[in-house]
Structures are given as structure tokens and as C-alpha cells.
Ligand binder design. Structure first.
Ligand SMILES: NC(=O)c1ccc[n+]([C@@H]2O[C@H](COP(=O)([O-])OP(=O)(O)OC[C@H]3O[C@@H](n4cnc5c(N)ncnc54)[C@H](O)[C@@H]3O)[C@@H](O)[C@H]2O)c1
Length: 299
């Protein structure tokens, strides 16, 4: 199956970046969100945001003509039918809620042509459960991009219980066309490897600090200079946002009932006290782990 047109559902942080990536690699993209204001803000970000096309041109990684051609391939709409009724491939990037994703997938199943593959960018929710909201579970797959999409090449492709070989092959080909490095994993309802690994490291790092064994900065120095991680765990958590990380873990706890997913007490307390993350990124935040411990980021 050849993909010509891609529909992206949800034009927030991830939807914008995925739209831009697809357009940059020659696909026609229609992005759908629920308000004109969000669509306008998203297009501005694609053009002139931190990871936007203008910056890419300034860095000499793309010509102005290529950037303009990419922009000309993007359309935005609030009309789900318009976005999807002739799409070959749909990438959903609405907020991380199983109920919402099931509702969106049931709608997509009604609107999209029979051949259309429905992918979710979920970072944690079971693809098999999302697929069960449709009459085409064999055509449903997880395409887990990482943020910022322009920089992070990994694409974790998540195969649901009923995802067909053809859907997987088409998705792998698309991923390669988008310049991604892929890891194919199974959805067992226990969390994808990317989140299990990052969770294990984050929780151990927080426990070390809770025990008073080391400060956030010293833990980050160990990871960066002993293990060559580009960012320390606390720098990463402060940047991603404490609330956002904890929300994903709590969702995993609800889904699996496994107590390993419980948010460590120190992190819960910080969130309650208004420490949402790096204040440069999280407006109204008192800071992240670094601010609470009175430390400066980066050495
Ligand atoms: N932010 C990240 O770092 C990251 C990384 C990887 C994966 N993800 C996953 O990507 C998905 C989206 O996350 P995000 O950070 O972009 O969220 P976000 O809140 O920034 O964007 C979600 C967008 O979806 C829109 N939306 C809500 N209901 C909709 C509907 N019915 N139809 C169309 N649009 C609708 C919202 O208006 C919003 O603009 C989530 O599943 C998340 O887990 C996020």
C-alpha cells in the first residue's frame, strides 16, 4: 500500500511535530484539532517555533524552498471528516486518556476508508484496547514518536495483539521514509519498553535522593559523566514536567495494578507543593527538583 495522504488527529505538542515531519518528507498532511486557535498556534510553531522550519533553514539543514514546499503540503481543519475521508494513514495524538482515544478511534473507524491504517502516538496505553474500539483491529498500531521529534530519531512501533503483518510492514516503511530509527515491540498491557526503562531509572534516581545518598545534581553527574547520558534523570524530569511524568505512571498503575508504578512520595509531595518542573518551560511552576534542592542545572 502506498501512502499519499496522512491525517494527524490532535495538533498539540506532538501532533505539530509529527505533522511537520511528515510534510518535510514529502507527504500531504491534514491535521485536525478542536479549535481554530489551536490550529493557528500550531502552524506558527511549525514555522517559527524553537524546532520550527525557520530555525532548520537558519542552521543550513534545509533550503528555504524545501521549507516552503513542506508548509504547502500541510492543511489544518477542525472537521474530522474532511481530514480523514481520503487519508491512507492516520496518526492520532490527542491527550493520553484511554476513554478519549477509544472514542476517537471509533469515530475514525466510521469515517476512514477501509484501507486506512489507524496509528496511535500513545506513550503508555494498551494498543490492543484502543484497537478494540474499532472493527479493524488488524489495521491499528502504535507509532510512539519521541519529543522533540526533529531531534529524537527513535520510533517505537507497538504491535497490538491483532495488528496484521501488513500493517506492521507499511508502518515500518513509513517510519523509514520519515528518517526514524525503529524498535518494534509487543503490546502486552504492561507498558512499552521505552517507558518501563525510563521509569525504572527515574524511580531509582528519586529513591537515591529520598534516602539522602546523593543530591539530584550528583545523580545527574553520575549518569552524564559515568554512563554518557546526554541529560541527567532530574534534568529530564524537570524538563518533561513532574506532573506529566507522574500522570503516565499513575495511569500505568491503574491499568496494571502493579505497585512498582506508584509515584515516589518525594515526587508526589513536590507536585502538591507546586513544583511542576523547570520554570523556564512550565509557567507558574515553583521549579523542579533542582529548584527545590537549591541547585543549578548543568555542570
Ligand atoms: N508530549 C510528549 O513528550 C509526548 C511524547 C511521546 C508521546 N506523547 C503522546 O502523544 C499524545 C499527545 O500528547 P501531547 O503532549 O501532544 O498532548 P497535547 O495536550 O499537547 O495535545 C493534544 C491535542 O489534542 C487535541 N484534542 C483533544 N481532543 C481531540 C479530538 N477529539 N480531536 C482532535 N484533537 C483533539 C487538544 O486540543 C490538544 O491540542 C499523548 O498520547 C501522549 O502520551 C507525548
Amino acid at each position: 500500500m502506498e501512502i499519499e495522504k496522512i491525517a494527524v488527529i490532535g495538533f498539540g505538542v506532538m501532533g505539530r511535530e509529527i505533522t511537520r515531519l511528515c510534510a518535510q518528507h514529502g507527504f500531504k498532511v491534514v491535521a485536525r484539532d478542536i479549535s481554530d486557535g489551536i490550529l493557528k498556534a500550531g502552524m506558527e510553531e511549525i514555522k517559527s517555533g524553537r524546532w520550527g522550519l525557520e530555525k532548520t533553514v537558519e542552521k543550513g539543514k534545509m533550503t528555504r524552498e524545501e521549507a516552503e514546499a513542506a508548509l504547502s503540503r500541510i492543511e489544518v481543519t477542525t472537521d474530522l471528516k474532511y481530514a480523514c475521508n481520503d487519508a491512507d494513514y492516520v496518526i492520532e495524538a490527542v491527550p493520553e486518556s484511554l476513554e478519549l482515544k477509544k472514542k476517537v478511534f471509533a469515530e475514525l473507524d466510521e469515517i476512514c476508508p477501509e484501507h486506512t491504517i489507524l496509528a496511535s502516538n500513545t506513550s503508555s496505553l494498551p494498543v490492543t484496547q484502543i484497537a478494540a474500539a474499532t472493527k479493524r483491529p488488524e489495521k491499528v498500531i502504535g507509532m510512539h514518536f519521541f519529543q522533540p521529534v526533529v531531534v529524537m530519531k527513535l520510533l517505537e512501533i507497538v504491535r497490538g495483539l491483532l495488528t496484521s503483518d501488513e500493517t506492521l510492514e507499511v508502518s515500518k516503511r513509513l517510519a523509514e521514509q520519515l528518517g526514524r530509527v525503529i524498535a518494534v515491540v509487543k503490546d502486552m498491557g504492561t507498558g512499552f519498553p521505552s517507558i518501563r526503562l525510563s521509569h525504572a531509572l527515574a524511580v531509582e534516581a528519586i529513591r537515591i535522593v529520598e534516602e539522602g545518598v546523593a543530591t539530584p545534581k550528583d545523580v545527574d553527574i553520575i549518569l552524564k559523566y559515568g554512563y554518557n547520558h546526554p541529560m541527567g534523570q532530574f534534568e529530564f524530569t524537570d524538563w518533561i514536567g513532574l506532573e506529566l511524568r507522574a500522570k503516565v505512571w499513575e495511569e500505568m498503575y491503574k491499568l496494571t495494578g502493579d505497585s512498582k508504578w506508584r509515584t515516589p512520595p518525594l515526587m508526589r509531595q513536590l507536585i502538591t507543593a507546586g513544583f511542576k518542573g523547570d520554570p523556564k518551560r512550565w509557567k507558574g511552576s515553583r521549579g523542579g527538583f533542582y529548584e527545590y534542592f537549591g541547585q543549578q542545572r548543568s555542570t
